[in-house]
Design a protein around this ligand. Structure first.
Ligand SMILES: C[S@@+](CC[C@H](N)C(=O)[O-])C[C@H]1O[C@@H](n2cnc3c(N)ncnc32)[C@H](O)[C@@H]1O
Length: 239
């Protein structure tokens, strides 16, 4: 597999193309498709992202999609800011929050254009980084890490990286399991095609982050554990 850059410079040019809401096509099937494909494991890894976030703390969720996690965070008493680029996804999210009479700051916009302040107690990247090709993903991830306050939490929910000790057949099955939804998303929404990202490996050795927890979830509770949540803590300023 070709080496990936793990630190970023400027955001690549492709990101500046005019925005067209291709998620409008995906919005109505998104929740059913992710739940069905993962046997609930995607939801369980996302929910895990909030275990270190106490009520009253702030959370930023870029690209919340239909907002299931953002609404759950509000239900837990977190102060939620979510920035979603797709008007159709955002509409679903707002409807969900209104149905449960929950207060969330749901903004329409590009999460990469957020102002430098405020910083958040928790930043959750739930299947958000998957949208981007490798070089741009690194840039986006760095930007989002910069939104975490010193001492705060970065949680990343994504596909579990390939295990080099697994058999060739097991790795092939895992690759197919990753490439199938990714390909569907690429066709429908214009997301990037790429190999499975290993955020743990990429961020290992960063002096400003320490890995607190890695949690894998099994499809349908019984199948292979191909969905992961990494939780990192950003160092305190004095550390
Ligand atoms: C793969 S979906 C993940 C949705 C949700 N986080 C989840 O786990 O179900 C990616 C979401 O990110 C949104 N998105 C993509 N680029 C964005 C950006 N630059 N700013 C805000 N949202 C963005 C898309 O519209 C889409 O709703």
């Amino acid at each position: 597999m070709p080496a990936r850059p793990t630190t970023s410079a400027a955001r690549p040019q492709t990101a500046r193309l005019p925005y067209r809401d291709r998620y409008s096509l995906a919005a109505w099937v998104y929740d059913i498709a992710t739940a069905g494909w993962s046997g609930g494991a995607i939801w369980r890894t996302r929910a895990r992202a909030l275990v270190h976030s106490p009520p009253g703390s702030t959370v930023l969720i870029p690209g919340p999609g239909t907002g299931r996690l953002a609404v759950e965070a509000a239900r837990m008493g977190l102060r939620v800011t979510a920035v979603e680029r797709s008007p159709r996804m955002l509409a679903r999210f707002k409807k969900r929050a209104a149905r449960d009479r929950l207060e969330v700051e749901a903004q329409l916009g590009d999460a990469l254009e957020l102002p430098a302040e405020p910083l958040y107690d928790t930043v959750v990247l739930e299947h958000f980084l998957n949208v981007f090709p490798p070089e741009e993903m690194v840039h986006v991830r760095d930007q989002m890490i910069a939104r975490v306050r010193p001492g705060g939490v970065l949680a990343v929910a994504d596909f579990t990286p390939l295990d080099p000790r697994a058999s060739g057949l097991a790795r092939l099955a895992q690759r197919l399991h990753h490439v199938t939804p990714l390909g569907g998303c690429a066709l429908l929404t214009g997301n990037a095609m790429h190999s499975i990202y290993d955020h743990g490996l990429d961020l290992e050795g960063r002096p400003d982050l320490s890995l607190v927890e890695v949690h894998d979830e099994r499809s349908f509770h019984l199948g292979p554990a191909w969905f992961r949540c990494w939780i990192f803590r950003r160092q305190e300023a004095s550390e």
